[in-house]
Write a protein that binds this ligand. Structure first.
Ligand code: GDP
Length: 342
């Protein structure tokens, strides 16, 4: 296999160092499965990487292996990084996938259809640098569930703006050609969405073709071992690649303000007409956003995501965090005093 078949390009070639270039096909704690020109290899991060690198290998990464041992010594700079905030309280980043060109945001047209979740995934995609494509799966259920497919697609297009929106039926549509056509040969797509939206079904429909290709990779594996870590990177017909991510229950943002604002351009445009320049669109007098008739749930979602970003900003800026704590302490103290006076 040639490296270009796994997505190698000039961007990575320029960073090539001593050792063997490889792409991470699966990553689970310390266990990695990587693809090299010679085949699939089980590898581990080296001590130097563990203690000296700001980057930890994620699926999709390009890495350099030692010549003599399957140890990952370096992670090459990423072209794109798909991240979320690590679930739990800490404000830290969890990289879901690296070097993704196209992000397929999969939504089921049954109970799963949720415009607010789509808005959130779109922010994630924008922040990552990947092109978002929304797949509205289970389109075959339109009649049974009594929804107007065209209307839902139009509504989603209005919300998604520059993102492509494709209705799909993984169960009945024998050709997933429209999906595959979105990704050029050598490019990498990733599939993200809640559990049950049909990600595995979509993958399985492509199975016939990529089974042959992946077994070719296996044949080149001189260790002849079987993968214990579930592989997440697959080759698609036509020469593109696909990263399958498990269903994510929680998608907290790891993003900057611009990524959120870009998803809500109309709010920025309307804000120019608000009476106050620093209007937060939370009920101030003369607020052009509130009086525009904008969908209240969309506006609430915008506020929610902005609050998440403010939290992240505070956590990464100790001085801001201290000021916020001091402010709330003063407010609570004042409240206690006023209760006592009462
Ligand atoms: P995943 O959790 O995202 O991988 O979802 P699955 O691929 O396991 O699909 C969840 C359920 O939805 C399964 O029962 C599938 O048979 C069903 N499903 C997937 N795609 C479609 C579709 O296009 N139409 C219909 N009607 N059902 C689908």
């Amino acid at each position: 296999m040639r490296l270009e078949q796994f997505g190698w390009s000039d961007f990575f070639a320029q960073q090539r160092a001593v050792g063997v270039p490889a792409r991470v096909a699966a990553a689970s704690h310390e266990q990695m499965v990587v693809w090299t020109e010679g085949g699939e290899v089980h590898a581990k991060p080296s001590g130097a990487l563990r203690y000296g690198s700001p980057l930890w290998p994620a699926v999709g990464d390009w890495v350099m292996l030692r010549e003599d041992k399957p140890l990952i010594e370096r992670v090459l700079e990423r072209r794109t990084t798909l991240s979320r905030r690590q679930p739990g309280r800490a404000a830290s980043e969890q990289v879901l996938a690296a070097n993704v060109d196209v992000l397929f945001i999969v939504s089921g047209l049954d109970r799963d259809y949720n415009p607010r979740r789509l808005e959130r995934f779109l922010v994630l995609a924008r922040e990552s640098g990947a092109r978002p494509v929304i797949l509205l799966n289970k389109a075959d259920l339109a009649v049974e569930l009594g929804f107007d497919l065209e209307e839902v697609v139009e509504r989603t297009r209005a919300l998604a703006r520059e993102a492509t929106v494709l209705p799909l039926s993984a169960m009945t549509d024998s050709s997933l050609g429209t999906l595959v056509a979105e990704v050029a040969p050598g490019e990498t797509a990733a599939m993200i969405g809640s559990s049950g939206v049909g990600k595995s079904t979509i993958l399985n429909r492509l199975l016939g073709t990529w089974l042959q290709l992946t077994s070719a990779v296996r044949a080149g594996d001189d260790r002849g071992r079987h993968t214990t870590t579930a592989r997440e990177l697959f080759m698609l017909p036509g020469g593109s690649l696909l990263i399958d991510m498990p269903g994510l229950r929680e998608v907290q943002l790891w993003a900057g303000e611009e990524a959120v604002d870009a998803g809500f351009r109309e709010i920025q445009e309307l804000a120019a007409s608000c009476r106050f320049r620093d209007c937060r669109h939370l009920g101030e007098p003369g607020c052009a956003v509130m009086s525009s008739g904008l969908d209240a749930t969309r506006l609430a979602n915008y506020h929610k995501m902005r609050r998440e970003l403010e939290f992240l900003e505070r956590k990464s800026d100790p001085e801001l965090e201290r000021q916020t704590r001091a402010k709330w302490k003063a407010i609570h103290k004042a409240q206690r005093h006023s209760k006592r006076d009462w």
